[in-house]
Ligand binder design. Sequence first.
Ligand code: MG
Length: 158
Amino acid sequence: MFRIGLGHDTHRLGPGDTLVIGGVRIPHDRAAIGHSDADVLLHAITDALLGAAALGDIGQMFPDTAPENRGRDSADMLRRAADAVAAAGWRLVNLDCVIFAQRPKILPHRAAIRRRIAETLGVDEAAVWLKAKTGEGVGPIGEERAIAAECVALVERA
Ligand code: MG
């Protein structure tokens, strides 16, 4: 038996010098703004996994009103969500993700991001794919006011 989950996340961009994407710190002239470390990709993956297992969503599991979630490491949140999915009897088959960012170029960082996500989830790198799209210079993405990510996750009965 298989199930599929979809995750989406958006963060505003503001002053800063680093973007955290998929747990990888990328030097940049802007940063994502958020309650946690604002890792838009790990948040989308977390929601995709929780959705596949019908276990709620990242906002329920880690409310942004809770002080312990301030500045929280998104890899820790993803690991906890993945543990809950495994405890419910599901095994991750694969993830397919898209980053929406006008800049910086994501492709040079793809291998590192895939490796980091695979390590965090304890799966083979081949089970994690990542693509990147610009905003074609228009809208919040294209005008570099926001960064977004989407992910689909397939799980099967363990
Ligand atoms: Mg988020």
